[in-house]
Design a protein around this ligand. Structure first.
Ligand SMILES: Nc1ncnc2c1ncn2[C@@H]1O[C@H](COP(=O)(O)OP(=O)(O)OP(=O)(O)O)[C@@H](O)[C@H]1O
Ligand SMILES: [Mg+2]
Length: 223
């Protein structure tokens, strides 16, 4: 489902990623671990096609999502893949402040060309909000929500289009143990039901222990 080879990333003179290679099978739950500043978010953004790696002359960088070579397809095709096949949960949520919780979840569904039924999107969004214990906040703006509530809202938004692969950057970072466990169970349920694939950056030991694979970033590579 996700295949990456020779992923490098430099910010100015600092090389953060020094040739990351990984392969994630469809339907697997993979945790990415590593110290703060080790490059986990940087890697996840690149894998999720939200940022570009640093290309090197003498290395062939490859990124394939569901078999599509993302560096050789048109921007239009890439946008479609990003909207329909990829779900992304940002470490910093990235919710739209002027929209309500329900609207934030619905928006990627309204953009999705495959679904042209707003009623269906709204119904699905409400179901996701319910599963994530956010029903009573449907009409709240993001600024009225706590850190953990915003995080769960960001998860609901990532799931609205039923993506094939979900990239989640510390999705349970702000949650208490009970809500964290509930969220993790949702991930495992979705994997079982829809064979969705998850790449999750986490410091949560319990989640990492349940995952199919644990990858650790250290000194710019996966160890
Ligand atoms: N846009 C940027 N410009 C310059 N440096 C950056 C940028 N983004 C990240 N970095 C640097 O890259 C390094 C890795 O950052 P990244 O956010 O990927 O770490 P992380 O492993 O996700 O850390 P954390 O666990 O604290 O979230 C850091 O040293 C950071 O300062
Ligand atoms: Mg990070």
């Amino acid at each position: 489902m996700v295949q990456a080879e020779n992923i490098y990333k430099s910010f100015g003179k600092y090389e953060i990623l020094k040739g990351v290679n990984l392969r994630v099978k469809k339907g697997s739950i993979v945790c990415i671990l590593g110290e703060s500043g080790s490059g986990k978010s940087t890697l996840l953004h690149i894998l999720g096609t939200l940022d570009k790696p640093t290309f090197k002359k003498n290395k062939k960088t490859i990124l394939k999502i569901n078999g599509e070579d993302v560096f050789s397809i048109s921007d239009k095709k890439l946008s479609t893949i990003r909207n329909e096949e990829i779900g992304f949960v940002f470490q910093t949520h990235q919710l739209l402040p002027e929209f309500t919780a329900l609207e934030n979840v619905c928006l990627p569904g309204f953009i999705n060309k495959k679904i042209n039924d707003k009623y269906h999107v709204k119904k699905r969004a409400k179901k996701l909000l319910n599963q994530l214990n956010l029903s009573e906040y449907e009409n709240s703006k993001p600024e009225e929500l706590s850190g953990g509530q915003k995080q769960r809202l960001s998860v609901a938004r990532a799931l609205i289009n039923n993506p094939k692969v979900i990239f989640a950057d510390e999705p349970s970072g702000n949650l208490d143990a009970k809500n964290a466990e509930k969220l993790h169970l949702i991930f495992f349920y979705l994997r079982k039901k829809f064979k969705q694939t998850f790449l999750i950056v986490t410091h949560n030991i319990q989640l990492a222990d349940m995952a199919d694979q644990k990858l650790k970033i250290e000194k710019g590579i996966i160890t």
